[in-house]
Write a protein that binds this ligand. Structure first.
Ligand SMILES: C[S@@+](CC[C@H](N)C(=O)[O-])C[C@H]1O[C@@H](n2cnc3c(N)ncnc32)[C@H](O)[C@@H]1O
Length: 249
């Protein structure tokens, strides 16, 4: 029924966005860790690709930045905030609609595992970066419990399935072949957090499109794959990502 992840996200974007809007702090650490690695300087042109519904804007540490959201799915692009410091462009990833050397920083969060031509996208990142530019790619790494959660649990309980092609050693080795220089690879401790089990269930059901899952299935998946914990502050689970920082050659 759906041939590409672009089509799948076109279909799923409204529920994904509803989850992010209802629980904007659930993935707070994930965004904060990305921003900390971007080394944002005064007046930076920052490009978020693909940007989903433009969630990065809430985490920018200064107000003298210009944020450009590139997004492949119109359902997501229409949700991205627009103002004088924030533009949105709808685009395919094969050829980004920006000139050579036009941005200072790029973030690509939680998307590379859906991209077939990762080498081509990294080359596009190098092309659009200015001379002293920097890119952060943060995504799920092959062999982690998060990868298993997505390709086993989400694949089973989302009727459209989930077949991620996760970050591996070959991808990391390839960074230096794309006009970029690898600066850092790190795997910081990271959790997604919720006030209650009910909030966790609601968020995961919509973000991951778990149309086949009962509430208890979602709790069971979080326990089995992600180390669900509960304390006085609420509930949380581990969300393992690798953060890859590279500079323009
Ligand atoms: C999990 S969302 C991440 C969005 C946002 N960066 C975030 O962290 O919430 C995946 C994003 O990748 C885009 N995407 C996924 N697969 C794609 C593909 N094969 N081609 C183009 N875009 C794709 C979707 O439109 C969506 O914006």
């Amino acid at each position: 029924m759906f041939d590409t992840y672009q089509q799948i996200f076109q279909e799923r974007a409204d529920r994904y966005h509803a989850a992010m809007a209802a629980f904007p702090l659930a993935r707070r650490q994930e965004f904060e860790l990305a921003v900390a690695r971007l080394d944002l300087q005064p007046g930076c042109d920052l490009c978020d690709v693909p940007a989903g519904g433009g969630y990065l804007a809430d985490y920018l540490p200064r107000d003298d930045l210009f944020l450009l959201c590139l997004e492949t799915a119109s359902e997501f692009a229409s949700q991205c905030p627009r103002n004088t410091d924030q533009r949105v462009l709808e685009t395919a990833l094969e050829s980004l609609p920006l000139g050579a050397g036009s941005v200072d920083r790029i973030l690509s969060l939680a998307a590379m595992h859906h991209v077939d031509d990762k080498h081509g996208l990294l080359k596009e990142f190098s092309r659009i970066l200015r001379g002293d530019g920097q890119v952060v790619v943060a995504d799920v790494e092959a062999g982690t419990r998060t990868a298993a959660f997505l390709n086993e649990f989400v694949d089973r309980f989302n009727s459209m399935g989930h077949k991620g092609h996760f970050i591996d050693a070959a991808f990391i080795d390839d960074v230096d072949q794309c006009g970029l220089s690898l600066k850092a690879v790190d795997r910081p401790p990271l959790t997604w957090s919720f006030a209650s089990r009910a909030n966790l269930i609601d968020f995961c059901r919509h973000l991951f499109g778990l149309d086949r899952a009962a509430d208890q299935d979602i709790i069971g998946g979080a326990e089995e794959y992600l180390g669900l914990r509960e304390d006085a502050q609420g509930v949380s689970f581990d969300w393992q990502l690798v953060y890859i920082t590279a500079a323009k050659d």
